[in-house]
Design a protein around this ligand. Sequence first.
Ligand SMILES: Nc1nc2c(c(=O)[nH]1)N[C@H]1C(S)=C(S)[C@@H](COP(=O)(O)OP(=O)(O)OC[C@H]3O[C@@H](n4cnc5c(N)ncnc54)[C@H](O)[C@@H]3O)O[C@H]1N2
Ligand code: MOO
Length: 411
Amino acid sequence: MPALALETYPLWQEAKGVLPLISMKEAESLILSSLEHLPAEHINADQAYQRVLRHPIFADRPAPPFDRVMMDGIAIHSSSTSKSFIISGTQAAGAPALHLNQPDHCLEVMTGAPLPSGTDTVIPVEQIEVSGQRATLLPDTTFEPGQFIHRTGSDCAANTTVLPEGIKLGPMELAIAASVGATEMSVSKLPSIHLLTTGDEVIDPTETPTDFQIRRSHPSALIPLIEGNKLGKVKHLHLADDPDAIEQALASSLEQADVLILTGGISMGKFDWVAPLLRKHLGEPHFHGVAQRPGKPFAYWKSHGSPSVFALPGNPVSVTATATRYLLPALMTMLGMKPTAQRAPLAGDFLWSAPLTGILPYTMQDGCITLHPPRNSGDYLTLAGKQGFAVVSEPKKQYTAGTLLDIYPFF
Ligand SMILES: Nc1nc2c(c(=O)[nH]1)N[C@H]1C(S)=C(S)[C@@H](COP(=O)(O)OP(=O)(O)OC[C@H]3O[C@@H](n4cnc5c(N)ncnc54)[C@H](O)[C@@H]3O)O[C@H]1N2
Ligand code: MOO
């Protein structure tokens, strides 16, 4: 393929003042409004950790399903005037409810047992003395009628929604599903994601670099970000800055993938083939160039029936920042979740002197965030130990401690 004239690149036009960069918010809404929901698949609950539920799950019974004893001890009727009771039986958990019919009798009860009929109060074993078949309240023991009983339906009635559609199934959600007998469920299919990294200078980390080569780091960040959050399955391929190789890989990924991520080759260099080739296959991008630092040359394509294409600027900080800020929320949306930015206050004053919206690594302590601006977007070493990216939306501004910023955690 012959080299395309630089003048055909949107960013080149922007550099000459023709095409304005769009804002971060505009870029976000163009991406989110272009996305299609992924289909659902039926799976067993033991495969469902971190998957996104595609239907509500209902309580099959009231919760709890019976008056549940909450303490090991004795059950009495609170109207009894006795302080000492004949133990007329033992109510184990997992056994049908016994019945108490004498006011000066009691039943031994175990945590998790159904409350015996004829009783309405549980006295813990610490507050009684048992001698033979008799239980006597310790001196000064008082009780509230009805105490230590988890009443039928006090958490929810039968048929209540216990898990809404669109929720991510974490440990607690899976416990709830199990408790209502939902051992199978429909969840969003994980998108097939193709990650195409580019660059002649970029080699596999297992190889020995020459003086002018670097080891490839992007897949090591992006695959855990995506797969660790259970947002997709990633296939990675590295491509040289060769238009034929890139075009061939693009054509095949556009056929097979639900989402295509490219890193590098999206700016204005003579060997930046990604944008011209994507334009050849998909037409004009939704946008190419966002008023943000890092990640200004970020481009996005989505045409009907083809995958969402995220062309991330190749610098390591730009890749991680744009993936965390745009790609992860987009994948969540495709999976049926409703991602909302979290907000956190700045721990101290912060001056953002750049003329663009900033996406900056943060650490969080005691609920407050500290920003750690990299020296430049190749300064990936700054990212060690950081928890995500925060957005300083207004350029050239002195932010004061306590200002709430949108944050995008890695996990
Ligand atoms: N004349 C202009 N030049 C550049 C502009 C501009 O506006 N005008 N923008 C700069 C900005 S901002 C960025 S970000 C980069 C993005 O360029 P590309 O997307 O074309 O990225 P590359 O040039 O391919 O790579 C950039 C940098 O990152 C290294 N890299 C690439 N892939 C990997 C990888 N898998 N692992 C580790 N490091 C990688 C690559 O070696 C480069 O050093 O453009 C600026 N230029
Ligand atoms: O997008 Mo760039 O990351 O500002 O160097």
